[in-house]
Design a protein around this ligand. Structure first.
Ligand code: DAH
Length: 341
């Protein structure tokens, strides 16, 4: 019997040596000490046929062999489990020294950024932000703004008409009228918005563009107030050294009217590429609100006066960001827009 047990042990050790995976170890365990058909289990059952002395001896040996089988297989399975853990650690390793991944986020359009900056400045000076429709009647587009019936701005070559008396507004000055109808003086409003003109698109023209209109009406308002307001605005916008100049000009809804220039934000006035060597950049139109305009909305020009101004955002935006074609602002090409985040 002891010879046989020795043989069994050798057989087991050999089989143990060829196990390479966890499942094989389990199968080996079943084959040897499985409760129903294990080789050793069967062997144990034959003990009853032996004499008491032989039985004790063989029983002891068989138990030792069973312990050996159990502990060897447990050792093997521990080994496999350890390797599994190690492999998992490698697989799931996180390199915390790697730089983080950039999360793309949206951002505002450069025109919006500029508009908000202008709004902030005027709001801090006590102005309301006013809005008006983009489709207007002749009354708001022209009549109320004191634009004579034969004025070229009324021509269908310049304005997008939608019917006989409806058109896309060609300037935000229309919002002056809405503002004065909605509010009583004293009033201070700015009106940013889209305007439309039948221009052929090129590097400096687009049939739709943005303006910001300003209007202040109160008792005793003079050209000096207009000048002071614009000065304050350009200094906050472009820096405290910025200077302005007024050039007499004509707009039907103001009298007197003027174009405003400010010293170039790039060179400070000495002349550079941005200001085309002149040292000045055109800001927009302005003037003292025409008495006819005040009368149209029921404000007495003997008691009240006001100033108005209008500036374009597109060219300003192009100058500030060095954009050489304003059409880029409206093509929504992400490769262009993502530069402004
Ligand atoms: N609306 C004028 C334009 O589009 C700009 C302008 C000029 C606005 C004079 C004003 C102003 O308020 O007083 O060219």
């Amino acid at each position: 019997m002891s010879e046989r047990i020795k043989q069994l042990r050798d057989d087991f050790d050999r089989e143990l040596g060829s196990v390479t995976a966890d499942l094989e170890a389990t199968a080996l365990r079943d084959r040897w000490i499985g409760r129903k058909s294990g080789l050793l289990t069967a062997e144990m059952k034959t003990l009853g046929k032996l004499s008491p002395d032989e039985r004790r001896e063989a029983g002891q040996r068989l138990n030792e062999l069973k312990d050996h089988v159990e502990s060897e297989i447990a050792l093997l399975q521990d080994g496999f489990a350890g390797r599994r853990d190690a492999e998992q650690l490698v697989r799931e390793r996180i390199d915390i020294t790697l730089p983080g991944r950039r999360i793309d986020s949206g951002h505002l359009h450069p025109i919006t950024l500029l508009r908000q900056k202008i709004e902030d400045i005027f709001v801090s000076m006590g102005y309301h932000i006013e809005d008006g429709p983009e489709i207007e009647t002749d009354f708001y587009n022209f009549d109320a703004l004191n634009i004579p019936s034969a004025h070229p701005a009324r021509s269908p070559q310049d304005t997008f008409y939608l019917g006989d008396h409806l058109a896309l507004r060609s300037q935000t000055s229309t919002v002056q009228i809405h503002a004065m109808q909605r509010r009583q003086p004293p009033l201070r409003v700015i009106a940013p918005g889209r305007v439309f003109r039948r221009d052929t698109p090129d590097a400096t023209h687009n049939p739709m563009f943005f303006q910001v209109e300003g209007l202040l009406v109160d008792r005793g308002i003079t050209l000096g107030d207009l000048k002071g307001t614009i000065e304050e605005f350009v200094r906050r916008m472009f820096g405290p050294e910025t200077m302005i100049r007024f050039r007499p000009s004509y707009f039907p809804f103001v009298e007197p009217g003027a174009e405003i220039d400010y010293t170039c934000f790039k060179c400070g006035g000495s002349g550079c590429r941005v200001c085309k060597g002149s040292g000045w950049i055109e800001m927009g139109g302005s003037g003292m609100v025409h008495p006819n305009v005040l009368k149209t909305v029921g404000i007495d020009p003997e008691q009240y006066s006001g100033f108005a101004f209008g500036l374009g955002l597109d060219r300003l935006c192009a100058l500030m960001y060095g954009i050489d074609d304003i059409r880029l602002l409206y093509e929504n090409d992400v490769r262009f827009l993502e530069q402004f985040s």
